[in-house]
Design a protein around this ligand. Sequence first.
Ligand SMILES: Nc1ncnc2c1ncn2[C@@H]1O[C@H](COP(=O)(O)OP(=O)(O)OP(=O)(O)O)[C@@H](O)[C@H]1O
Length: 309
Amino acid sequence: MTAAIEARNVARSFGTKAVVIDASLSVAPGSITALVGPNGSGKTTLMLMLATLLRPDSGEIRIAGHDPLRATAAARAQLGWMPDTLGSWGTLTVRETLFAVCRMYGLTADTANTRTQELLAIADLGQLAGQRTNTLSRGQKQRLSLARAYAHQPSVLLLDEPASGLDPEARLAQRASLSRLAERGVAVLVTSHVLDELEQLATDVVLMRDGRTVSAELAAQAAETTRWRVRATDPEALLAALASAGVAAERRGGISGDHVVVLVAGEAGAASLLRNLITTGIDVIEYAPLSGTLERAFMGSVRAEEDGA
Ligand SMILES: Nc1ncnc2c1ncn2[C@@H]1O[C@H](COP(=O)(O)OP(=O)(O)OP(=O)(O)O)[C@@H](O)[C@H]1O
């Protein structure tokens, strides 16, 4: 299947500062890819280039098969862009904003009216339709921003920090609407620092470090050695069993109760330790990785950077 978003060896500098050095990624229709990396690694700069808002110095980009440099209008017709902060016309209402955006995409007044109604419903903005955008809360602005990005039913969505500022319920709603869009075949590329959020949403991950996209092998490496959280009905017996198995353990408190953090090598190591604990007669009531796969991949990427890899 042809990729809906394709970047090959993309680079961009600002003056002498090389911000994106070598970025490549590919997002298939109907998939949600997380773009993850430390602050300043170049994610937003790459997104701006994919969104046709910044010209790469070198490399190739295709949006739904269109080259944004040569066929800018065709690429823009296929993509929806949600920036990390919504630049809006403060004195327009939510409804007027969506209507104006639909008109800018060339919809007739009648079609734009119908589409505005649909977008208000999709983004659950009906009750705010008559409110000026400069009076919206951060979370409400995020909802408007996503609705605006989807005004012209693009096949590609580029979302920069869409979950930022949303409360847990709004995040859940956003996740559900993005999943629905992906099910309809939309290709989604999303950045976020809320890694748990991305983990539940994304089907693929691209790591970015120091202006370069990093191979997925790094994610696999990061998942190799990991910390697991263990809880047992008898914490003392658990600690004793871990000590006799020669496993380093750290006891911790927390809102979900006393638990122990252990370091094990890979999933096979974790499975073997669990078997050992149960055979020893420990009543294990919780056994889970302390952090999600994305967080481990992200931390692996940061550590590699610190090590000068
Ligand atoms: N127009 C510009 N001129 C000069 N430097 C810039 C410009 N835009 C971005 N940069 C620099 O490029 C680097 C990457 O910025 P970018 O916003 O792409 O990172 P990011 O990965 O999105 O970061 P964050 O996770 O903090 O949002 C930063 O060091 C930033 O200061």
